[in-house]
Design a protein around this ligand. Sequence first.
Ligand SMILES: NC(=O)c1ccc[n+]([C@@H]2O[C@H](COP(=O)([O-])OP(=O)(O)OC[C@H]3O[C@@H](n4cnc5c(N)ncnc54)[C@H](O)[C@@H]3O)[C@@H](O)[C@H]2O)c1
Length: 380
Amino acid sequence: MTTSPSSSTKPLVLDVRVPSQDLSYQVRVGSGLLARLGTEATRGREPGRAALISDTNVIKLYGTVARQSLEAAGLSVITRAVEPGEASKRPEVLLELVGELVAAGLGRRDVVVALGGGVVGDLAGLVAALFMRGIDFIQCPTSLLAQVDASVGGKVAVDLPGGKNLLGAFHFPRAVLIDTDVLQTLPDRELGCGLAEMLKHGALFSVEHFEQLCEHTEALYARDPVLLPRLVAISVALKAACVSRDPLELAGGGKGRVVLNLGHTVGHAIEAASGLALRHGEAVGLGLRAAARLSVAKGLCEPGLEERVVAALTALRLPTELDPWLHGEQGEAVQRVLCNDKKRAGATVTFIGLAGLGEPRTLPLPPAEILPLLRDASPR
Ligand SMILES: NC(=O)c1ccc[n+]([C@@H]2O[C@H](COP(=O)([O-])OP(=O)(O)OC[C@H]3O[C@@H](n4cnc5c(N)ncnc54)[C@H](O)[C@@H]3O)[C@@H](O)[C@H]2O)c1
């Protein structure tokens, strides 16, 4: 698969502000952008060395175009590809990669390029954050989930045996290059996971985006060359506006990026309880349904929100069956994860609810109460 500048249209450019520090960056969204990676990596700097970090699936598809673009801009490139999947997001792989940067003689003025899904972005971003106390990195997200979510906001991490993303940092990319052409090769199931995160952005910040996603599902799965970049850019803009208001997740009172956890408290617990059965985005979709149900049960919003979320998940070809995860052995497994949630502050978790679409609210809740509330409010 190649992407060339000649096949590209003008990219949409979004600014992500990091106000307290001189760390703002631009996100470019469009067709054919991967072939312009070298230009991006050398913008305002002398060409030096680049560590292109990817996974073995993505490197086969896009490694050549990325590498050639970097080399054409005068960079000397080392390429490393990890095994695909969450298992690569661990400290051993992180240290191996840092060791390879040392062995290749990279220095403080060089750059790490993350080419892949959210696993590669999180891992390579943490490599860049730690190597020599932090060097530049560029995000080239290739899964829809990474394009609309993981690559924007500066959170980088690996997992520890005790939980996901427990060893991490904020390290803002110098630029994010979102080439929507690469979604042609992304399996539909992975595309659906990204759509779930886009739906979350709509539910949090824009009823219009929420509705557009449901209306254009066919075109999105067909990778429509006009609609896909446009809706990706809108979703990124919604997330970017949120993280720009609260770059380091310090804002209290539900005003900051904490609201991005919508659907993730229950979603993460279901994902963990499912073993490998559900992908992250699929579990987040069920978490959105749970958030809608709980919001109604707590009197935050009018009845009908859960039905709206279920209709949207159905339109986007995502799982909708929440109740099997609330009962029996599966329910017990979900409950165990909920009660170990790292986001627990004292005896409560900051559950994100909705007063309606586009109106996020925080609900401090004891984790042990979430599942019983969801069971009691079940429409069955
Ligand atoms: N940092 C953040 O703010 C943030 C936000 C959300 C998720 N995440 C993290 O992101 C990770 C999940 O990311 P993901 O869903 O992208 O998973 P992933 O990186 O494992 O990618 C999913 C699969 O798609 C393949 N793939 C990626 N792009 C492809 C393409 N264009 N064509 C064909 N195959 C392709 C990958 O090789 C992999 O097999 C999790 O570790 C999660 O914690 C981070």
